[in-house]
Write a protein that binds this ligand. Structure first.
Ligand SMILES: Cc1ncc(COP(=O)(O)O)c(C=O)c1O
Length: 455
């Protein structure tokens, strides 16, 4: 049944006005922030019209903004806080480490312990550290280039892999600019990215292994065989888009056959969809894995996993993988506690339980109110995708996702005590401290929205 667009507009105006009213203190802070922070925020992804919510604190599954609004946190710092806020085990590790010094730019034992655990989880023997997802993907691509002696790279159209030049290409593109068939557009994501770099990054659609095969062959024929394919095994920036059965196996076979390094960017999936991320969940083993976000339990920590063959170019000095804060002791202490004490098998079982409950609840609402949408979930991640047809790649997302309804859902949630990641492309991340009460609240607010939409 079609939705009434006027109704969506009216509700959006009402909810937007209500949010402005309840976030006056954020509005004042925004005015002050604008004097010293560009756009009043620390990162452009924190910006929001007319102002962002300035947060004061977080505890377990909740956050509080500067107006005192209490919110169940389903945003969880872009999916970094799967362990919940201020987890005592991580707090203990960080404060113990603080007393012993926080930075030496020399290795510590915790870095080894974290490496041992990551090697087990992600089935890759060799590890290096970084401080963010962008650093992880930047270094991983350089390592792949060093290993293969090639400059070009291949990514999935619409995927986000951080803010360095090579991957700020073909993301967030308007529908009419995507390009056709096997010849998708390489377009810079914002200004300041040299055209020469843009031209080295090519894209294919997700869930189309044959197109990837053809693209690599075509690039090879043109003397531009890619060094690597960098991709998320499950896309996490179009809501959640899962790989279709057989797709990842085909990608593995194709990249191996062409001698192209396969990088699974697990910055979002990593610690969140299973202990061993997509590698464990889908059973496909890439040549490299990139991690960040949830690895550091709230501290800026990233990692790169490599096969022995890949790591060789790092170990023999062919390529420099460096950074003053790499393996920072504070981050390593937090990551160690996070992996060994918090993200345990019980934690993953709890997340699976919560996700099943929230997905089932949302499915019931969709069925009852005949909403054009469906749910997708995996591990701690999930979403309601407002689209009448299944989204399998960027093209179907752009064509079918209901952006207005997604925006309304965000406003409706935040006015009823649910903090979701702003933006139509995002998903929820549950934390180990979430409870049935938290997810039931989410479902009841969704039911309220559905009721209003159909009123
Ligand atoms: C899949 C993926 N890779 C890389 C990044 C970049 O991570 P960071 O923002 O820590 O640089 C992100 C951030 O959202 C991401 O989602």
């Amino acid at each position: 049944m079609e939705l009434d667009r006027d109704r969506i507009r009216t509700l959006t105006e009402r909810e937007s006005g209500a949010l402005d009213q309840r976030t006056r203190a954020s509005g004042s802070l925004y005015e002050r922030a604008g004097l010293v922070l560009s756009g009043g925020v620390a990162s452009s992804y924190q910006a929001r019209d007319p102002w962002p919510l300035y947060l004061e604190r977080g505890d377990g599954p909740k956050v509080w903004d500067v107006d005192g609004n209490e919110l169940w946190d389903f945003h969880n710092g872009f999916g970094s806080m799967v362990q919940g806020h201020a987890h005592p085990a991580i707090g203990r590790a960080v404060s113990e480490r603080y007393g012993k010094g926080t930075h030496f730019a020399a290795p510590t034992e915790d870095a080894i312990v974290v490496g041992e655990e990551l090697a087990k989880r992600f089935r890759l023997p060799k590890w290096r550290y970084t401080n963010s997802g962008s650093e992880s993907t930047m270094d991983a691509i350089r390592i792949a280039r060093a290993l293969t002696g090639r400059d070009d790279i291949l990514k999935i159209f619409g995927s986000y892999h951080g803010h360095h030049d090579a991957v700020m290409v073909s993301i967030g593109v308007e529908y009419d600019q995507i390009g056709d068939g096997d010849d998708l557009a390489s377009l810079p994501y914002g200004a300041g990215i040299p055209q020469a770099i843009v031209d080295m990054t090519h894209a294919v659609h997700f869930n189309d292994a044959e197109a990837m095969d053809r693209k690599i062959a075509a690039l090879d024929a043109a003397g531009r065989k890619p060094a690597c394919v960098i991709m998320e095994a499950a896309m996490m920036n179009l809501g959640v888009v899962l790989p279709e059965p057989g797709y990842l196996d085909a990608v593995r076979e194709i990249t191996q056959r062409h001698g192209v390094i396969l990088i699974f960017d697990e910055v979002k999936t990593g610690i969140c969809i299973a202990a061993g991320g997509a590698v464990e969940k889908f059973g496909v083993e890439p040549d490299m894995v990139t991690l960040a976000k949830a690895l550091g339990g709230g501290l800026p920590t990233g990692a790169i996993g490599m096969t022995e063959a890949v790591a060789k170019v790092v170990e023999d000095g062919t390529v420099y993988q460096v950074g003053t804060y790499n393996g920072n002791p504070l981050g390593m202490a937090a990551a160690r506690a996070n992996l060994l004490e918090v993200m345990t098998p019980d934690a993953y079982a709890h997340l699976d339980h919560l996700n099943e409950r929230i997905l089932a609840g949302c499915n019931d609402v969709i069925a009852k109110y005949e909403l054009p949408g469906y749910t997708v979930g995996i591990g701690s991640k999930g979403c309601v995708t407002f689209s009448p047809v299944k989204v399998t790649d960027y093209k179907t997302f752009k064509e079918h996702q209901d952006a207005d309804l997604s925006e309304l859902a965000w406003l409706f949630n935040v006015n009823r005590g649910i903090f979701m990641t702003p933006g139509r492309e995002e998903e929820w991340t549950l934390s180990v401290t979430h409870t049935d009460e938290a997810v039931d609240h989410f479902v009841s607010v969704f039911a309220e929205l559905a009721e209003e939409l159909r009123a």
